[in-house]
Design a protein around this ligand. Structure first.
Ligand code: NAD
Length: 419
């Protein structure tokens, strides 16, 4: 019986099978390329503020070690399981390979609702999780980063915990750290900034002008809020936003600076306004030019994809579109331009890579340097995906995944099979 179960892992497997058919990967190679190399499950006992000891389950999946260390985020979420973590690790592999980063994919996390923890409890969960992972990670083995439910502060605690055990400061063990503890300028903004940059490229491709264009952003966290801010800077009106607490829609558009100030003060969108509220599910179906799902997996499904009324889907989140929805979008490529997740949100891992390189060299770059290099790499990757999609008359997702999968397959082939 496989330890990888659940709908998210099955989704990653279905996607991989169709890509493997398209690029012609034989049966032997398929399992070797797709199945994760290592999976680690740990129990993290933590003393809670009320004196009880609670035990949280933690996971880390390292998908492949063929091209270098593994790299991937850490998610704190109440419904997290090994299957979801494994799927996210697999996607991370295709993403890194697509952007030509010298990494395999990884992902990890803890089954915990971070919003239900005090700051002290959050620190205790973070430190204990990292301590349990020490035998399995390292700057040249597996490098962690933030994901849903974790942030710069959690990365600083990870780095500090790892460093305490090594007896020296090892900043290169995690990325997405605060600049004050060895982080890079521009990492926090990188994913959302990348989303907005790629939206601009997509608009150019389909001939849509920013002036007068509208966007809806689902998931107003790190990725969504920065994407909204950067899209607004391009002159695009943000007409809808949502998070796990509230959803708002107004065709006149929202003041992103005010939204961000509210979220910075209260931690969420709830209470931003009494007006313009909308059912969170309905928000996705409102007419707009750009739809940015930037929250969780599987929100665009076979059931609701026909209700979408957008021109561009910019997948800030990982895995927001299910394979059956994808089949529909594939047939309607001329109406909806999809920027697939492994391209759209790759700004995060690209700047994480820059952070790792800077930490290893102890030589730091300015934010302008970071952002310029990010845009150069994203531009190259966008062009690569578009020309493959055009050449083979396939969807952008198929093109992007095929490039990633082929790179991993070729890497394994050329190294051979040990022993
Ligand atoms: P985050 O925790 O900062 O924000 C997540 C946001 O989604 C929060 O505002 C939360 O309230 C909201 N949310 C949760 N469930 C929701 C729902 N059902 N409907 C609407 N909103 C909901 O996380 P993040 O780092 O911004 O990550 C968001 C997505 O982007 C995830 O899929 C993550 O894997 C992906 N991603 C993040 C990065 C990164 O650098 N942080 C990089 C690549 C991909």
């Amino acid at each position: 019986m496989s330890i990888y179960t659940g709908p998210v892992f099955e989704m990653a497997r279905t996607q991989f099978d169709s890509i493997a058919d398209y690029v012609g990967i034989n049966a032997d190679e398929r399992v070797r390329v797709f199945m994760p190399k290592r999976a680690i499950a740990v129990s993290c006992p933590v003393r809670m503020d009320d004196g009880r000891v609670e035990v949280f389950q933690g996971y880390r999946v390292q998908h492949h070690l063929t091209l270098g260390p593994t790299k991937g985020g850490t998610r704190f979420a109440s419904n997290l399981d090994m299957g979801e973590v494994a799927a996210l690790a697999v996607w991370m592999s295709w993403k890194c390979a697509l952007a030509d980063l010298p990494y395999g994919g990884a992902k990890g996390g803890v089954t915990v609702d971070p919003h239900a923890l005090s700051r002290r409890e959050l620190e205790a969960v973070s430190r204990r999780y990292m301590q349990e992972m020490i035998p399995f990670v390292g700057p040249h083995t597996d490098v962690m980063a933030p994901d849903m439910g974790t942030n710069e502060q959690v990365m600083a605690w990870f780095m500090d915990t790892y460093s305490m055990y090594q007896g020296r400061t090892v900043t290169e063990i995690v990325t997405g750290k605060p600049v004050a503890s060895g982080g890079t300028e521009g990492r926090r903004e990188a994913t959302g900034r990348g989303v907005a940059f790629l939206v601009a490229r997509a608009m150019e491709t389909i001939g849509l002008k920013a002036q007068g264009a509208t966007a809806i952003v689902q998931g107003y966290g790190n990725v969504g809020a920065v994407a909204a801010h950067e899209l607004a800077l391009q002159g695009i009106r943000i007409i809808g936003v949502s998070d796990h607490t509230a959803a708002y829609f107004d065709t006149k558009g929202f003041d992103v600076a005010k939204l961000n100030a509210h979220v910075a003060k209260t931690g969420a969108l709830r209470g931003y306004s009494k007006d313009n509220t909308i059912d969170a599910g309905e928000l996705l179906y409102q007419k707009c030019d750009i739809l940015v799902p930037a929250a969780v997996e599987r929100v665009i499904t076979g059931e609701n994809v026909r209700k979408l009324r957008c021109r561009i889907i910019a997948e800030g989140a990982n895995g927001p579109t299910t394979p059956d929805a994808d089949a529909y979008l594939d047939q309607h490529r001329n109406e909806i331009f999809v920027i697939p997740d492994i391209l759209c949100n790759s700004g995060g891992v690209i700047v994480s890579y820059f952070e790792w390189v800077q930490d290893l060299q102890q030589f730091f770059w300015s934010e302008t340097e970071v952002t310029d290099k990010l845009k150069t790499l994203l531009n190259r990757t966008f062009n690569k995906v578009l020309s493959r999609a055009t050449r083979d008359n396939v969807s952008n997702r198929t093109a992007a995944m095929a490039i990633g999968v082929e790179k991993v397959r070729d890497g394994k082939k050329i190294r051979g099979l040990f022993p």
